[in-house]
Design a protein around this ligand. Structure first.
Ligand code: GSH
Length: 330
């Protein structure tokens, strides 16, 4: 998949992708600054990134569940007119993410880059690490603010409120403890759990990841049998973060990553919940199954050497859901 070593592109797989037991190891994101309302420093990194319309640019892949979080939060907060977006091509092989033309690709207007790695090198000419999406770019300082989706969605949630973002708090103070605790388990066993399953290179590591994944899905099914959202009656960032994995689950993770104990459609509450979120205004516009399926099945040559993309499953995300039986906070 390739990575940068001291600013130089290496087109092999990063040798640190799996540990000596065959388990997939995800590395921490490198750029950890925060956009804040007044430019003061956030919880990590440096200050100097004040929320201003037209100052920031978001690089995403429509295939990527982490980037997808940022697109949904951008839509919920109506930041589309202040933060524009570039979309990489769905195929990610030895050159990493590219801007090769194709349906749904939106070129990079800032660096005119052919490859996303150019954006990383423009921010740090000695960068070492993976070249991942999402990336939040600051046009004023000519650098990357953040490449950590969990933090980008927190910035989008509140930093732009005084410059015209839509009202709505997806990380309300009173629910933070609960949101953080749900996020922790879901990040480790579900969002990253599907990758740990699919990228395991030993039977033990695979089985461990799949067992934890389905224990968590069973646990979430139980929660969603009693309330509308992960944290009571309020749609929070925890739901956005879970949704982007759920919507990819049956089309991709079930087959490609061998997460096949059950499908999302086998869980009545999870499946109705997925459709409830999918059908909220603007969300379906952020979901591109062509990019999602093509990316996974064709990019990971070690997992799917033929590159054949399955035709199914035939699913109707627009079908009526039953989640109105639970209360939703106004
Ligand atoms: N921690 C990062 C992870 C992002 C990530 O892993 N993105 C994947 C796409 S789904 C990527 O760009 N991978 C490129 C690579 O592994 O070389 C975040 O949540 O923002």
């Amino acid at each position: 998949m390739g990575y940068l070593d001291n600013g130089e592109w290496i087109s092999d797989d990063d040798p640190r992708t799996n540990d000596d037991k065959g388990a997939f190891v995800r590395r921490a994101s490198a750029f950890r600054n925060w956009v804040t309302a007044d430019g003061s420093p956030g919880p990590s990194g440096e200050g100097g990134f004040a929320a201003e319309p037209d100052r920031y640019h978001l690089y995403v892949s429509l295939a990527c569940p982490w980037a997808h979080r940022a697109l949904i939060m951008r839509r919920f907060k109506r930041l589309e007119s202040m933060i524009d977006v570039s979309v990489v091509h769905w195929l990610m092989r030895q050159d990493g993410w590219t801007f090769k033309s194709g349906p749904g690709v939106i070129p990079d207007p800032i660096q005119n880059a052919d490859f996303l790695r150019e954006v990383y090198v423009a921010a740090d000419s000695n960068y070492t690490g993976k070249v991942t999406v999402p990336v939040l770019w600051d046009k004023k300082n000519g650098t990357i603010v953040s490449n950590e989706s969990a933090e980008i969605i927190r910035m989008f949630n509140s930093a732009f409120d005084r410059v015209g973002a839509k009202a709505g708090d997806y990380y309300p103070e009173r629910l933070r403890g609960e949101i953080d605790s749900v996020n922790d388990r879901i990040y480790d066993t579900v969002n990253n759990g599907v990758y740990k399953s699919g990228f395991a290179t030993s039977q033990d590591a695979y089985e461990e990841a799949v067992s934890e994944l389905f224990k968590s899905l069973d646990w979430i099914e139980d929660i969603l049998s009693k309330q509308r959202f992960l944290v009571g009656d309020t749609l929070t960032e925890a739901d956005i973060r879970l949704f982007t994995t759920l919507v990819r689950f049956d089309p991709v993770y079930h087959g490609h990553f061998k997460c096949n104990v059950r499908r999302v459609v086998d869980y009545p509450n999870l499946w109705n919940y997925t459709r409830d979120l999918f059908q909220r205004p603007g969300v379906s516009d952020t979901v591109n199954f062509q990019h999602i399926k093509n990316h996974y099945y064709q990019s990971h040559v070690s997992v799917n050497p033929t590159g054949i993309v399955p035709m199914g499953p035939a699913l109707d995300y627009e079908a009526a859901h039953d989640r109105d039986r639970f209360a939703e906070a106004a």
